[in-house]
Design a protein around this ligand. Structure first.
Ligand SMILES: NC(=O)C1=CN([C@@H]2O[C@H](COP(=O)(O)OP(=O)(O)OC[C@H]3O[C@@H](n4cnc5c(N)ncnc54)[C@H](OP(=O)(O)O)[C@@H]3O)[C@@H](O)[C@H]2O)[C@@H](O)CC1
Ligand SMILES: [K+]
Length: 500
């Protein structure tokens, strides 16, 4: 699903008005009706206090008030500008025709102290027209709404939150639910906003599909349509050679488990053969845990230092889980990156090695996949002041270095070298558990070895990983699931993708 910015959403609105055709006031009515359906379902009987600005977000609020006027409602209008937008004014006059609806105006800070915060609070102060941080009376009102302790439902966006840029540390509504229209906004994908958005519900309001189809967007959220085009059902005439041979370089004394998790995930991603290069202390552990995996043992007992096999026989290579960052291991990484010319997957300590020796970055083969979490990303590429900047920096580095950067998080980002960015839609907080990243490395390496191009491997692998995690959480709870459970549910995840 494409993610449009605020300007594109406005264009989509206009496109619908001129091509459908539908008048702008009727489109507002459609949006309000969609909100009312939701409110009636979630809060069927509660009294409502509706706060409106004088733009179209406020217009939505007034239309909602009229449609719910049989309930116990009070409307407050933040009256700090001369005149509202045309659709606001039209909805105000429609509402004023209903004498039993109480409309009050907030014009001074003193008026705020007279506000009665009753029942569910509907926030229709400001939406996508926000163009500066809130201040003065608006910030004060928002602060009071947040302090009220009432349930808050925001229309389109929590007031004070920008649709496409960081709102970190700005005054903004803390919503329990946000009802937004037609498609996701960038703001909803940022973890830094999650406490303010609450649960996000996207309501269909019938904006013109032609605009969606014909308008390119740099940002997309991975969904079933995308996965359907990326996933390649298994060739029934294949043999284990058809599905590739992957090499994993992973594990060190005390962290052989990371290698085991990664190797099993790699196997279960569908790869033909897996070899794991390990320090010799890991030999028995790996052979006992996973008889399907072949082991190449290092001369060193505790860490990986040299590799003697011919790397060109492997279709894909994953390096990092539990590896450690000893100088001998960094030398091995240098040797591997120099010798190997196909895509590699680099995670965890492989990335920390690069952070310690930044000149290694230039040796990473084009099209490789890097999977940092935010801290590893910061070690590699430096500080950013907020999540939006971090995503832009990831995108810039993916282009500059011709790499795929998978920035792990609640909505994991996949930044491609051609500038496109995908935000993953599967996964849950239960996956923030030791070994989860090792599992992802195994899956991605396995998909590359099966012949998936890097961008498809990253999109599909991250989606599968999250979906398996969702299935595990459903069965076991987010608290009790562990990384090995993600592997256990990979089969079910594959099945549900195959049925799409
Ligand atoms: N597109 C769609 O699909 C549909 C959209 N719809 C609805 O329209 C909403 C967008 O409406 P909108 O453009 O009128 O903007 P809105 O957010 O009401 O702001 C109004 C004005 O506030 C001002 N302002 C800005 N920052 C400020 C600040 N910090 N503090 C104080 N004031 C500030 C600024 O004016 P300025 O002061 O800069 O002159 C701005 O123009 C959208 O969120 C959705 O709810 C639906 O009805 C139908 C389908
Ligand atoms: K709002």
């Amino acid at each position: 699903m494409k993610i449009f910015n605020a300007a594109q959403i406005r264009e989509w609105d206009q496109y619908t008005i001129s091509h459908d055709p539908i008048s702008s006031i009727d489109l507002m009515e459609k949006a309000a009706k969609a909100c009312v359906r939701w409110i009636n379902q979630y809060f069927p009987e509660e009294s409502l206090t509706i706060f409106c600005g004088k733009g179209n977000n406020g217009g939505d609020g007034l239309a909602i008030a009229r449609l719910l006027s049989k309930r116990d409602i009070t409307v407050y209008i933040l009256d700090t500008t001369q005149k509202g937008t045309d659709d606001f004014q039209e909805n105000l006059s429609r509402l004023e025709k209903l004498p039993h609806v109480e409309i009050r105006f907030i014009q001074t800070e003193e008026n705020i102290s007279e506000v009665n915060f009753d029942g569910v609070l509907i926030d229709a102060l400001l939406g996508s027209g926000l163009n500066r941080p809130l201040q003065g009376i608006t910030a004060r009102l928002v602060e009071r709404i947040n302090q009220s302790g009432n349930m808050v439902v925001s229309i389109d966006l929590p007031s004070g939150m920008f649709a496409d840029q960081s709102s970190l540390n700005n005054p903004q509504i803390k919503a329990d639910h946000t009802l937004s229209f037609q498609s996701y906004k960038r703001a909803f994908l940022a973890a830094e906003n999650s406490l303010h958005c609450g649960e996000v519900h996207i309501l269909e309001i019938g904006l013109h599909p032609e605009f969606y189809n014909n308008t390119p967007s740099r940002d997309e959220q991975t969904d079933e349509d995308i996965i359907y085009t990326v996933y390649k059902p298994r060739n029934s005439f294949g043999h284990k050679g058809t599905f590739g041979h992957a090499l994993l370089i992973a594990g060190s004394y005390g962290k052989i488990g990371a290698a085991v998790l990664s190797a099993e995930a790699c196997l279960r991603s569908g790869v033909g053969l897996v070899t794991c290069h390990l320090p010799s202390c890991g030999y028995t552990i790996m052979q006992t845990s996973l008889p399907e995996v072949m082991v190449s043992t290092d001369v060193d007992k505790a860490i990986s230092t040299t590799i003697e096999t011919d790397l060109s026989m492997y279709k894909a290579l994953g390096i990092g889980p539990g590896l450690g960052t000893a100088s001998e291991t960094r030398a091995l990484l240098r040797e591997v990156l120099t010798q190997y010319d196909r895509s590699v997957v680099m995670d965890a300590d492989a990335l920390n090695c690069v952070a310690k020796e930044p000149e290694l970055l230039a040796l990473i083969p084009a099209g490789s996949i890097l999977t940092p979490h935010p801290k590893e990303f910061q070690r590699l590429f430096g500080d950013t002041s907020n999540e939006f900047d971090r995503i832009d920096l990831a995108s810039q580095k993916a282009k500059e270095l011709d790499l795929i950067i998978v920035l792990k998080g609640h909505h994991t980002l996949i930044a491609l070298p051609d500038g496109r960015r995908f935000f993953n839609s599967t996964g849950n907080a239960g996956m923030a558990t030791g070994g989860s990243g090792d599992v992802l490395t195994g899956i991605l390496t396995g998909l590359l070895a099966q012949g998936y191009p890097g961008d498809d491997a990253a999109i599909l692998g991250v989606y599968l990983h999250g979906l398996a995690g969702d299935l595990a959480a459903e069965k076991l709870s987010m608290e009790a699931m562990i990384a090995g459970d993600i592997i256990r549910f990979l089969g079910q995840a594959y099945k549900s993708i195959a049925e799409m």
